[in-house]
Design a protein around this ligand. Structure first.
Ligand SMILES: [Zn+2]
Length: 396
């Protein structure tokens, strides 16, 4: 969620993928056939995966994985709650509330201990970690999280962390690039005519082969030539040009982030507010530029919480080798990535791994992820190495 390039790596690639299928269905019978076959293959693979996971759970592999990795912290990552069809648009970015409610019930019924991020960082640094604890995090600060997720978590008595990007907190506008991608996902048009009076973007765009190039061009142009108010107007103009009703498309604040007043209500519901940069980008060419992103972020958020603003989440999960040291130098004490995995004692607190839950995961896929099934071979080997048998074998 930013005006410039950083989100491209994360959101852009996924949307481009969607668009290939979207236009294939509409415009090309041959491609449509291939796309249908591909979707069928994907559905078959998903069914097979779920069936195998059910079998593994039945035979106790989930319990074994949880027991062998109970000395690791799981940090789960969410973004926004889906209003209308956003979960279909981007299931990794928006989750239906009923799906999230199902996950929280699963965590409660499974006796998973939910701990704060503060506590997690403390035990990762100095141990001990016991009981396979879980941290729940939300990225970006979408309005829907304050409106729907926070009250739900509060009902369950579950603590969580909300990483907030603050540029749009101070501006009542839709998050431009996400709303833009949504319009292109939503449109049934096969071409777009732009007449903005700027040679950089004016022209007719063929949408039958995807929209990666046109969206990149429009975002680049808008971030350098338009004010945030002009970008909002441009979004509405684009919606009309793409045959999408702008009032319906942007209704209920579905592409808004929380206001300061919204954020101030969240700590009382057990949601800890933390850092995600001001403009959803993390400069890597200048320490001072990076510090400015953090300090601008802290400046906006300082009236929303009494807790220190010291935990950070890399925008779009992107970071460079220099960032852990730079973040430490400006007073940050932890940083989360989008790299999948668990965190044990001694893990780098500035490169914390997370589990990105998504709307199109079934409960069994989510349960497999938090059980540590993926880490089971490594955990098994690690535990075996601790036994006398392996030490004895190593002598020969
Ligand atoms: Zn983000």
């Amino acid at each position: 969620m930013t005006l410039a390039k950083p989100n491209r790596v994360y959101i852009f690639s996924t949307i481009s993928f969607s668009s290939v299928f979207w236009h294939s269905f509409r415009n090309h019978s041959k491609v449509s056939f291939i796309a249908r076959k591909t979707v069928q293959t994907m559905a078959t693979k998903h069914w097979l995966k779920v069936t195998i996971l059910r079998g593994l759970k039945f035979f106790g592999f989930f319990s074994v994985a949880r027991a062998l990795t109970n000395d690791s912290v799981r940090i789960i990552c969410y973004h926004g709650i889906s209003i209308a069809d956003q979960a279909k648009f981007h299931p990794g970015l928006f989750m239906r509330l009923e799906v999230l409610a199902g996950r929280l019930k699963l965590l409660k019924d499974g006796g998973w201990p939910i701990i704060s991020l503060n506590k997690a960082v403390s035990v990762i640094e100095s141990g001990p970690i016991t009981g396979a604890p879980i941290v729940i995090t939300f990225d970006d600060g979408w309005k829907s999280i304050g409106d729907f997720a926070a009250p739900l978590l509060s009902q369950y008595g579950m603590h969580s962390t909300l990483y907030v990007t603050t540029y749009y907190v101070e501006r009542r506008a839709d998050v431009f690039n996400v709303a833009l991608y949504y319009l292109f996902w939503k449109t049934k048009h096969t071409q777009l005519i732009v007449q903005k009076g700027h040679a950089a973007i004016d022209g007719t765009y063929d949408l039958t082969k995807g929209h990666a190039q046109v969206t990149a061009r429009l975002i680049d142009f808008s971030s350098t030539h338009l004010t945030w108010q002009q970008r909002q107007e441009f979004l509405e103009q684009l919606a009309v040009s793409l045959g999408v009703d702008p009032i319906a498309a942007f209704a209920e604040g579905r592409f808004n982030v929380s206001t300061l007043d919204d954020l101030r209500r969240l700590p009382a519901l057990g949601m800890d507010i933390q850092l995600h940069t001001h403009r959803h980008r993390l400069p890597n060419n200048s320490f001072d530029a990076m510090v400015k992103e953090i300090s601008d972020n802290q400046q906006v958020l300082k009236t929303t919480t009494a807790e220190p603003l010291v935990h950070f989440c890399y925008p779009s999960g992107i970071y460079g080798n220099e960032h852990p040291d730079w973040l430490r130098a400006c007073g940050v004490t932890s940083a989360t990535t989008l790299e999948p995995g668990l965190n044990s004692v001694g893990s780098n607190p500035f490169l914390l791994k997370r589990i990105l839950d998504r709307d199109n995961w079934s409960d069994i896929e989510f349960e497999a992820a938090i059980s540590g099934l993926r880490e089971l071979p490594h955990a098994l080997w690690r535990r075996l190495k601790e036994t006398q048998i392996i030490k004895w074998l190593n002598q020969y």
